[in-house]
Write a protein that binds this ligand. Structure first.
Ligand code: AMP
Ligand code: GLY
Length: 427
């Protein structure tokens, strides 16, 4: 059977997923909502807000959609999967994403930490505080050694984690979280945890309706705005897959000590979890610790993970929904994929939009995924902080990067910025 597919979201991740699905002979029609100028090239965009479930329902009914992929976390945490299950017109539609309860693995840091403790998944030691227990939180901080890691419990668009060297500063911020509502509702609970000193990587696990799993290619992303990992955190400035420091032995440890207990926990809690578990790992001298769970694919990691998947991705998503992942064969391209993100000047703070992007038709050695782009009067213009993800392949990481950077000589917009050191630490 062929599918009529709807992808929800508008970033580079959604363009990369759309690009991959569009190549499948099993894709009859493809829609992205709301999408961007790039998704419009491989799919039909539908203008709607991903949090407006009745608009999503209308789109599914009108376009006779049979398969939905939820890109970002917000609609998952808001319960879009539950909405599909309880709405008669949608109950037959296959949907890739966990339900609202399981999405708490990303929606609440405290929930996720309690899950890890219960199922023996290695993570930083922690304690959770609320406004009522603020003074205990202060005493807890006094007993720790710096740096101090403070995390808003709820979704904070990647801005809810503070790492502070100074005790007084940490106390001031804890107070700001809990008494001054620095992050609103998301910060009404704060997780304080042990600082882990190591190197990060991202592990993606596809989970099916019967709780079978398959590990997708690993990736590493580059979160800080500045070279050598300096400056504020961003959504991600680049990514590489595979990750050279994950050899067979480390991979086996990640699977046995992190992935298996996570899946067992999902099973034991009987979560309705069809979708991707994105495990943010910190490798501390070769020992994997979980920093966080996300309940979706990562961005920009998807822009290197999906293009490496050679087997049919409609088959993969369908197998997840039908609970037949055990019988699905995942084929992965051996070459290295790199992506370099081009951002608007000023990002992650304020930036301008509407700059014309030139050279897009000249990029032949890379796949240019669009993130914050829009079509305006026949031109592709910038429409967000992260604008383009320039993905290339190579036998070795150097060759892939050379292509991504060569493409950035040809494609661009006024005051474009990108990091020139993506993947350098892995060479
Ligand atoms: P998160 O939003 O949980 O991914 O955290 C954002 C970033 O903060 C992570 O990517 C890490 O770089 C850093 N981080 C979070 N928790 C810790 C920790 N316990 N120790 C060291 N760094 C951390
Ligand atoms: N690349 C990190 C994220 O998607 O959250």
């Amino acid at each position: 059977m062929k599918h009529r597919i709807l992808i929800l979201g508008s970033g580079g991740r959604e363009h990369a997923i759309a690009h991959s699905l569009s190549k499948s002979p099993r894709c009859e029609a493809l829609f992205v909502a709301p999408g961007n100028a790039g998704t419009a090239e491989v799919a039909q965009n539908i203008e709607l807000s991903v949090s407006d479930f009745s608009a999503v329902e209308d789109a599914c009914v009108q376009q006779n959609i049979s398969l939905v992929v939820v890109g970002p976390e917000v609609p998952l945490v808001q319960g879009i999967v539950d909405y599909f299950k309880k709405t008669p017109t949608l109950s037959e539609v296959l949907i890739v994403g966990p339900d609202q309860l399981a999405a708490q693995l990303e929606g609440s840091k405290d929930f996720a930490k309690a899950f890890m403790s219960k199922y023996g998944v290695r993570t930083a030691a922690y304690a959770t505080f609320t406004r009522e227990t603020l003074s205990e939180g202060m005493r807890f901080l006094e007993g720790l050694t710096p740096p101090y890691v403070l995390k808003a419990d709820g979704l904070a668009a990647g801005k809810g984690v503070l790492i502070l060297d100074d005790l007084d500063q940490a106390k001031t911020k804890l107070n700001a979280f809990l008494s001054e509502d620095l992050f609103g509702e998301a910060g009404s609970k704060v997780v304080i945890e042990e600082f882990l000193d190591g190197i990060e990587c991202s592990c993606f696990v596809a989970v099916d309706a019967n709780h079978h799993y398959q590990i997708l290619p690993m990736a590493k992303d580059y979160k800080r705005i500045g070279e050598q990992d300096t400056g504020p955190n961003t959504g991600g400035m680049g990514a590489v897959s595979p990750v050279s420091f994950i050899d067979e032995e480390v991979y086996a440890r990640i699977e046995d000590e992190i992935v298996v207990p996570t899946i067992k926990g999902i099973q034991a809690e009987n979560y309705s979890y069809v979708g991707f578990v994105f495990i943010g790992l910190m490798m501390v001298q070769g020992v994997p610790y979980v920093i966080e769970y996300n309940v979706r694919m990562g961005d920009p990691e998807t822009e290197v993970v999906f293009p490496r998947i050679q087997s049919d991705t409609v088959d993969l998503l369908e197998a997840m929904c039908l609970g037949t992942l055990e019988r699905h064969t995942l084929l992965v391209r051996n070459e290295v994929a790199t992506t370099v993100i081009a951002v608007s000047a000023g990002y992650p703070d304020a930036y301008e939009k509407g700059k014309v992007i030139h050279g897009l038709t000249r990029a032949h050695q890379s796949q240019v995924y669009h993130a914050g782009t829009a079509l305006k009067a026949g031109s592709v213009v910038t429409n967000g902080g992260r604008v383009l993800a320039i993905t290339s392949f190579g036998e070795r990481i150097e060759q892939a990067l050379d292509k991504s950077y060569a493409t950035l000589e040809q494609v661009g917009f006024e005051q474009m910025y990108f990091r020139r050191d993506i993947g350098k630490d892995l060479m």
